[in-house]
Design a protein around this ligand. Sequence first.
Ligand SMILES: NC(=O)C1=CN([C@@H]2O[C@H](COP(=O)(O)OP(=O)(O)OC[C@H]3O[C@@H](n4cnc5c(N)ncnc54)[C@H](O)[C@@H]3O)[C@@H](O)[C@H]2O)C=CC1
Ligand SMILES: O=C(CO)COP(=O)(O)O
Ligand SMILES: [Zn+2]
Length: 355
Amino acid sequence: MKENKESYKNKWMQLPRNVVVGHDVISDTGKVCKDLKLNGNALIVAGESTLKAAGKTVEACLEEYGFNVDIAVVRSPAYDEVKRVEELSTEIKASFLLGVGGGKSIDIAKLASTYLDLPFISIPTAASHDGIVSSRASILKDNRTVSEAASTPIAVIADTAIIAAAPYRLLIAGCGDIISNYTAVRDWELAHRLRNEPFSEYASIISKMTAKVLIESARMIRPGIEESAWTVIKALVASGVAMSIAGSSRPASGSEHKFSHALDEIAPQPALHGEQCGVGTIMMMYLHGGNWQEIRDSLITIGAPSCAVELGIGEEYIIQALLNAHEIRPERYTILGTGLTREAAEKVARITKVI
Ligand SMILES: NC(=O)C1=CN([C@@H]2O[C@H](COP(=O)(O)OP(=O)(O)OC[C@H]3O[C@@H](n4cnc5c(N)ncnc54)[C@H](O)[C@@H]3O)[C@@H](O)[C@H]2O)C=CC1
Ligand SMILES: O=C(CO)COP(=O)(O)O
Ligand SMILES: [Zn+2]
């Protein structure tokens, strides 16, 4: 019986073909696209500030190689933005998309290209998250973050000069997103033991290794230094590869991410994704009975937030997010189980000095 063409797509490990990292690699964008045999019309998907930081350069480099280029400026990673990008892509008969910016721009471009079945190129302008190469997109649906399967970029172009020049806070956020892999993998192992959830040794080892290497190099992560950008980008790429191998965000998203997503829903001014995940990791590592002090010390060494005050979020929102967290993606079992009591939430936040 001829297997349904679509079925293999639930089993594949989709990885990017070319990952280009280095000083001024952005000027190779046209060549990278030509080498990938891409032709025709390109659609750049970027935010306001990332259009200035890199989008206009990408446009010029593509036009130099004969591509027609259009630009979509996006704001929040919501479905209506994805829809708008899809419609524009269809209107201009785009043959490929390029996500230029932080995680939100990249996710919107990633998901729109998935729906359109078009090639997608990821051009991070900051090392702030590990969605750079992943086969996932985290999109807002009714104010709740949902993680969707998406097409892995066919190429990643990470210009370390641009990334090093981005606000240092973004690099620190990327470190937080990587360090969070420690508790994400512990949650995954727990779900495998308690619920026989499918588990990938390879993906979990790669994911833990990114956090270990980053923590060991915490002292050399500094603002404005391309070497630091390189170190974090390599970790983010490896973490994204772990997600692609697992075919889910499990290696990089557990209870600490549920906490961050819960904060996004209730905090008046959420902090950056990676900053919230870092603080969540401290508390979830405590719940796991692990070395939460090491996590906290590493975040402090890097200069990342380690408490509510440094996140700029009130204590009550931290407690409430801890109480709500288990309801985010309830099918994903973590150390939060069926939820914390208020006493337990206050205790973990106090003992770990988050509040
Ligand atoms: N798909 C996946 O596997 C993953 C997705 N994510 C998603 O990514 C998002 C978080 O990404 P972030 O980058 O933290 O948020 P973001 O996309 O909102 O970017 C943060 C801010 O940095 C600015 N920025 C980026 N590059 C800049 C530059 N070079 N110069 C000046 N400003 C610059 C952006 O304009 C934005 O204001 C969340 O929505 C999260 O859910 C996070 C991890 C994995
Ligand atoms: O942020 C991510 C990994 O760092 C993606 O995780 P989610 O699947 O929770 O959106
Ligand atoms: Zn994350």
